[in-house]
Design a protein around this ligand. Structure first.
Ligand code: UN1
Length: 499
């Protein structure tokens, strides 16, 4: 997969329905993380491109908010249909620029399709509230209204799904949108924009600007004509976004990762638990906010579980995500590879043991990419840094506990609260866990990944700021309430006084 002979495409931003270069003409390279091959050049945009996109979205807002929501929904339905037609092609692009294996890339696009259909249906619901008035001959109801121009700032780990969650919810509610995809995965977002354009979305309603966080993200957050920001990314950047937005009283939703755990009790179905652990810890090379990075195991089952897990990990094959034989693709870039590798020193210094993996994989073809061997750390205790900090790689920490109560306490003892899971056959234990696990998502007898779009997605504590994406939670974020009173009594009726 050499890039020497192939012509390299230069891609453009999507503003006001046109494909345009960055005002400065500057570009950023995007490379395949498995091979280093050049995929294309993308605009290195800055604040002037942001101004242009915000102006386009502002100009489009009145037309879009006045478009009946069922019509908006029909466009989203067509987006779903077109994504379905182009699923394979977009999934392959996604794997090339992000690295995840093809079946997962198809799942990523499928999540966009699911969201398109779900939000298309919302076009005929967008339920408000009709309530009785305390006065006779008076109507009282609440309507959802769009916020205006909203910014969606998205990460590289779900290059189609997360932009879809955010933009589709914003659009069905009548907002116009600026999408800033991660610099590592701009092409998937531009493909999504193409689909929106082909589905008949009017110019300016969705705009996509490529570029970095400092050059594009922050100018968007600060822009006076941007009403709200939906951000998924790191905890550190999320805090900055929140502080900047607070200065202008802007609404912000943050999704900032996790330190998710699977609990395995002594009575668990071991084979099922192993499947769930493998999929959750090493799927997407551990680069999901929902990835399982802590395995909390009851003492009795620990030796057997550990031995069988090591056997299963030894069978995982690293490689290019497009190869059918690959179980684990590369990490997103060399920086992330270094970061994950550095955590091995942290683990050792804290007294954990590296039971397998623990280093980059650089045999043969793998040397060209950012591959890290699937890693199991043993002897981990709840307070160690590897049990507290989000690593975002194929690294799983095994923590032994005595009881369900201890397992729950360990699970809840991190600054994050996105997803947690328990494997047990004991219905009482499962119900106690559902009540006590302090996270936005809880699974019973399934791993920590695989949330479906019709339920709220998000977490407690450091995972975010209390909002939820997807499901109805998304509409709460992207709409504002308007309360309407219609008095048809023909006289002045004073609430609280004449009632
Ligand atoms: C993320 O990692 O940010 O539940 C999103 C899951 C996917 C979404 C993950 N449906 O793992």
């Amino acid at each position: 997969m050499s890039d020497v002979a192939t012509a390299v495409t230069t891609y453009h931003n999507y503003i006001a329905g046109e494909w345009v270069a960055a005002a400065t003409g500057r570009t950023i390279e995007n490379r395949d993380p498995a091979t280093g091959a050049l995929i294309g050049r993308f605009p290195r945009s800055d604040a002037s491109d942001v101004d242009r996109a915000v102006a386009a979205a502002t100009a489009a807002f009145d037309g879009w908010r006045r478009t009946p929501a069922p019509r908006r929904g029909e466009i989203l339905y067509r987006v779903g249909e077109l994504l379905k037609e182009r699923k394979e092609e977009i999934a392959r692009t996604l794997t090339r620029e992000m690295g995840k294996v093809l079946i997962e890339a198809r799942g990523d696009v499928q999540e966009g399709i699911d969201m398109a259909y779900y939000m298309a249906g919302e076009g005929r619901r967008l339920f408000g509230a009709i309530v009785p008035s305390e006065l006779p001959n008076k109507a009282a109801y609440g309507l959802r209204e769009p916020l205006g121009v909203v910014a969606c700032i998205t990460p590289w780990n779900f290059p189609v799904a997360i932009p879809s969650w955010k933009t589709m919810a914003a659009l069905i509610a009548g907002n116009t949108v600026i999408l800033k995809p991660a610099s590592d995965t701009p092409l998937s977002a531009l493909k999504l924009a193409e689909v929106f354009a082909d589905a008949g979305l009017p110019p300016g309603v969705l705009n996509v600007i490529c570029g970095g966080g400092a050059d594009v993200g922050m100018p968007l957050v600060r822009h006076p004509d941007v009403a709200a920001i939906s951000f998924t990314g790191s905890n550190e950047v999320g805090r900055e976004v929140n502080v900047e937005a607070a200065r202008a009283l802007k609404r912000v939703t943050l999704e900032l990762g996790g330190k998710n755990a699977i609990i395995v009790l002594d009575d668990a179905d071991l084979a099922l638990a192993l499947d769930g652990i493998l999929w959750s810890a090493f799927g997407t090379a551990g680069q999901r906010c929902t990835a399982c990075s802590r395995l909390i195991v009851q003492r009795g089952i620990r030796p057997q579980l550990e031995a069988r897990l090591l056997e299963r990990i030894a069978g995982l094959r690293l490689g290019h995500g497009l190869a059918e034989t690959t179980d684990i693709g590369p990490l997103i870039n060399a920086g992330q590879l270094r970061r994950v590798h550095d955590y091995m020193d942290v683990a050792r210094a804290d007294g954990a043991a590296i039971l397998c993996g623990g280093e980059p994989a650089a045999d043969g073809e793998l040397a060209r990419g950012s591959f890290f061997k699937p890693t199991l750390l043993g002897g981990v205790t709840a307070q160690m840094r590897v049990a507290q900090e989000e690593i975002f790689g194929p690294v799983l920490s095994l923590i032994e506990v005595d009881s369900l109560d201890e397992a729950i306490a360990v699970n809840n003892n991190t600054k994050y609260g996105l997803s947690s899971s328990i494997f047990t056959r004991d219905v009482n234990a499962a119900n106690i866990a559902m009540r006590e696990l302090a996270s936005g998502i809880v699974y019973v007898n399934a791993g920590t990944i695989g949330a479906e779009i019709q339920l709220p997605f998000g977490g407690t504590r450091g995972t975010g700021n209390g909002h939820r994406e997807a499901g109805l939670g998304a509409l709460e974020f992207f709409t504002e309430w308007k309360a309407i009173y219609v008095d048809y009594s023909g006289r002045l009726q004073r609430a609280q006084i004449d009632a």
